[in-house]
Design a binder for this molecule. Structure first.
Ligand SMILES: *[C@@H]1O[C@H](CO)[C@@H](O)[C@H](O)[C@H]1NC(C)=O
Ligand SMILES: *[C@@H]1O[C@H](CO)[C@@H](O)[C@H](O)[C@H]1NC(C)=O
Ligand SMILES: *[C@@H]1O[C@H](CO)[C@@H](O)[C@H](O)[C@H]1NC(C)=O
Length: 432
């Protein structure tokens, strides 16, 4: 970050509410490297996923399928995975930075020298049921001959990268396509199952012009136009995970039907401040309607808002210093986190009603807000960089308290995602 920008950040931070500070911190973190931290990685993942998943008739396979009584039961009584607590688990993760080749630098906490390991030994216990450990074979079987796309911000990518690492424990994916700076658009192929998994960078899902050092100091969002960078590929996609949210906190001007109708944190422009909640809602509605109208038969999953955990100064050591989850009852989903999640859940319900007429359309939320809120210990913090304290503790150190270490709590998102997919498949079976 240039010193002028830093000065501007400081001045603003005196005047603005916390949200604005955080949004600037995030933006800065994503796009404006601090002088001492070369940005190999300019985008951190942001997500607001909608998951719509459609399956073809079950394919018989030799892969192990879930047969335990517990899982059978779970598939009959819908389980609410969104509420529960973290309990300790000696087993630890399925992978690590040594066994998985595709962990993005910024999330490779163990390899980057994060000293504490306790955060790896927890599992999510839903209040009224059991969440099975991730089964890579079952997941691959469910996406056999299919194309699964993650669309959204850097948290969409974070979730995708967790999934790739877990699947790679049984089948090595081949990177078959990459495009865009920082590999914003990539696709992997699993020859074992003729399955493809791709990621599309689209932090608003709708058309947007991201702010840049050359252009205006705010994002421009065209809320009634879906982002064609991913939408034009809808025809070849069978299952979509949508994940957005954090980018909506940044300063922005909103357009609809060709004209400006509002903005967020846009002092100095003669536009009415409407905040970002209506913009998030419109972006989701435009996106889900476009998916329904253009594609119809598709499964969509929307991952809900993932809370951030900055404490104090985001660029000082100890910005997210916790090493254990919050205990049950210690924190509740509230404020911004609650509002973002609520809008996402409501828009999925709107899409469900709209999609009724369209055969084969399914959409569900992947509600990860609470379980993620309870994991302040799961972020890279300073370990987004390789051994950040190798030369002693500096006055300022860039911290990532937004994304999740890999392995880490985001692996649980994919465990729940898999349970959703199993449920869908079983329902399909019972309808036949
Ligand atoms: C990574 O996992 C492998 C295989 O489970 C294990 O042998 C290795 O010790 C692990 N490495 C680290 C750094 O934990
Ligand atoms: C996956 O991508 C490959 C090209 O890399 C293509 O040949 C194949 O048809 C795709 N399969 C599916 C199921 O989308
Ligand atoms: C702001 O916009 C309104 C309505 O478009 C216009 O009447 C007014 O003159 C504008 N003010 C400035 C300072 O440009």
């Amino acid at each position: 970050m240039k010193s002028g920008t830093m000065k501007a950040f400081k001045n603003q931070s005196n005047l603005l509410p916390l949200i604005i500070m955080l949004s600037i911190a995030l933006l800065t973190l994503y796009y404006y490297p601090l002088p001492f931290s070369p940005p190999t990685e300019t985008q951190l993942p942001l997500t607001s996923p909608i998951h719509i998943i459609s399956y073809s008739p079950p394919i018989s396979s030799s892969a192990p399928s879930p047969t335990s009584a517990e899982e059978e039961e779970a598939s009959e009584t819908p389980c609410d995975y969104s509420n529960g607590k973290w309990i300790s688990d000696k087993r630890g993760p399925l992978y690590n930075g040594t066994t998985c080749a595709t962990i993005k630098d910024g999330q490779n906490c163990i390899t980057h020298g994060r000293p504490d390991k306790g955060y790896l030994y927890w599992r999510w216990k839903p209040s009224k049921c059991h969440l099975p450990r991730f089964e890579p074979q079952t997941f691959l079987q469910l996406i056999k001959n299919k194309h699964l796309a993650f669309v959204g911000d850097s948290l969409a990518r974070n979730q995708l990268e967790s999934l790739l690492c877990m699947l790679a424990t049984v089948s090595i994916p081949k990177l078959v396509y990459t495009d865009g700076e920082d590999n914003k658009f990539r696709r992997w192929h699993f020859p074992s199952h003729n399955a493809n998994i791709s990621v599309y960078w689209s932090p608003f899902l709708v058309q947007g012009i991201e702010k840049s050092s050359a252009g205006p100091n705010y994002n421009k969002l065209y809320l009634d136009h879906v982002d064609e960078r991913w939408a034009r590929n809808l025809v070849q996609i069978d299952l979509i995970v949508l994940s957005i949210g954090h980018w909506f906190l940044h300063p922005a001007v909103y357009f609809e039907v060709g004209s400006v109708f509002g903005c967020h944190y846009c002092h100095g422009l003669n536009v009415s401040q409407i905040g970002f909640y209506p913009a998030l809602r419109k972006a989701l509605r435009t996106t889900l309607y476009a998916i329904i109208e253009r594609k119809g038969a598709v499964d969509v999953v929307l991952t809900t808002f993932s809370p951030l955990h900055f404490e104090g100064d985001w660029d000082k050591a100890g910005a997210c210093p916790k090493t254990e989850p919050y205990r049950e009852g210690e924190r509740e989903v509230e404020g911004l986190d609650a509002e973002m999640r609520k809008i996402e859940i409501e828009e999925v319900e709107v899409a469900k009603r709209k999609g009724k007429k369209f055969k084969g359309f399914r959409v569900e939320t992947l509600d990860v807000t609470k379980l993620s809120l309870m994991r302040p210990d799961g972020h890279p913090g300073p370990y987004m960089y390789y051994f950040p304290f190798a030369n002693g503790v500096q006055e300022r150190v860039q911290n990532d308290c937004v994304h999740w270490c890999l392995p880490g709590p985001v692996d649980t998102w994919n465990e729940i995602f898999l349970e959703n997919m199993k449920k869908w498949k079983n329902r399909l079976r019972s309808e036949e």
